[in-house]
Design a protein around this ligand. Structure first.
Ligand SMILES: [Zn+2]
Length: 283
């Protein structure tokens, strides 16, 4: 009798779990389609890239609308005459002054749809933050930030790191994602870029707990947003595909970095993993 109920329960649970993952994947596909010009981002506007002032502004407004659905607060942080970070806040469910930051740049280079670089990072950060918002218990506050002007010299993330310092926020860790949509060899490998020790421990522990056997490589790459935070003394890491280990998109900064060339199953798998990491943090 017990065995029957258990197997019934499992039969129910498994489809529900994969249904959840499927709908998260569909949301990420939709987000990528809008950001890359695969679909219009608003009526009569289909983005060719996210390079011009106008296309970045439209993207920022679109992203603010998306995170506004689950964040306690959302705003466009107009840090300079040319730059706009999109910032969402999700408060802890317990009283705490501790903060976690997850972020990804949303701008692209000229004439590049920027699907892998970096609509994939935006999609991962979006899904993880949305998941965090749905948790019953959160022992940390969360900032989700979409950085502008990364491709012009990490300008948006520098401005945001400076703001965190000025506001004296007690930030425990910063996680930035850049390029997570290529896995030609099918090993689902990722790289953690210059992870602070407690961050590396966390990612390794969670991978072990869930029997995730993909390779996690450590790299010394600092040419993206996490550098801005480390420079100001924050504990940070970058998360990316096997950028240094030779399994990275051949479409980098080209007009062919399109929706069609993204490995969505890989993006979705790593998103589920980073969700587990954030569940562990928030516990
Ligand atoms: Zn990038």
């Amino acid at each position: 009798m017990i065995r029957t109920s258990l197997s019934l329960l499992l039969l129910v649970l498994i489809p529900l779990a994969s249904f959840g993952q499927q709908s998260a994947l569909n949301e990420q596909k939709e987000l990528l389609a809008r950001l890359t010009g695969h679909k219009p981002i608003r009526a009569n506007v289909q983005l060719k890239d996210r390079y011009t002032q106008e296309s970045r502004k439209i993207t920022a407004e679109y992203l603010k609308g998306l995170i506004g659905e689950f964040c306690d607060e959302s705003e466009i942080d107009n840090y300079s005459p040319t730059g706009n970070n999109v910032v969402g806040t999700i408060f802890a469910t317990s009283q705490t002054d501790r903060w976690i930051v997850i972020g990804a740049h949303y701008d692209s280079v000229k004439d590049c749809p920027g699907a892998n670089d970096n609509a994939t990072g935006v999609a991962l950060a979006y899904s993880v933050a949305k998941h965090v918002a749905s948790l019953e218990t959160r022992n940390y506050n969360l900032k989700i930030v979409f950085f502008d002007e990364e491709e012009r010299g990490l300008i948006g993330s520098k401005a945001y790191a400076k703001k965190l310092l000025e506001e004296k926020l007690n930030v425990i860790s910063v996680h930035t994602i850049d390029q997570l949509g290529w896995d030609e060899d099918g090993d689902r490998g990722i790289e953690l870029e210059v992870p602070a020790e407690h961050i590396l421990d966390l990612y390794t522990k969670v991978a072990g707990e869930f029997n995730y056997t993909f390779p996690i490589q450590i790299s010394d790459v600092t040419s993206t947003d996490h550098r801005s935070f480390r420079q100001l003394g924050f504990a940070a890491t970058g998360i990316t595909e096997e950028y240094k280990n030779g399994d990275t998109t051949p479409h980098y900064h080209r007009s062919t970095d399109t929706y069609e060339t993204v490995h969505f199953e890989y993006l979705s798998f790593i998103t589920e993993y980073v969700k587990k990491v954030f569940e562990d943090i928030m516990r």
